[in-house]
Design a protein around this ligand. Sequence first.
Ligand SMILES: [Zn+2]
Length: 102
Amino acid sequence: MSGSGFKKLTIKEAEKHIGGRLDRRRKYFLWNFHDDGQPIVCHDSTFLVACSGCLEMGDYGSVLCSGGWDEKRKMEIGCGCEECGYTGVRRGHFPVPAETIR
Ligand SMILES: [Zn+2]
């Protein structure tokens, strides 16, 4: 555990840091978002990506193994493997700066 630039916050700590009210359904943490040594309050957001375990992109953008175009998700998905539970997609996480509720 290095913990550099990352610190989990309780909702009360997060609200104190940001100086306002926050959406209590989210989980907050301090994150060195701008990479300037000044961590700010962020929450976790998720996005879907094609599984890197089963969507193989060849040279020149050719797809070696693909589950095809997923119209609902508007993305090319993998053909399915153990890593993604044969869905062809995986959930990624990224921090988003928290915003107070007005
Ligand atoms: Zn996969």
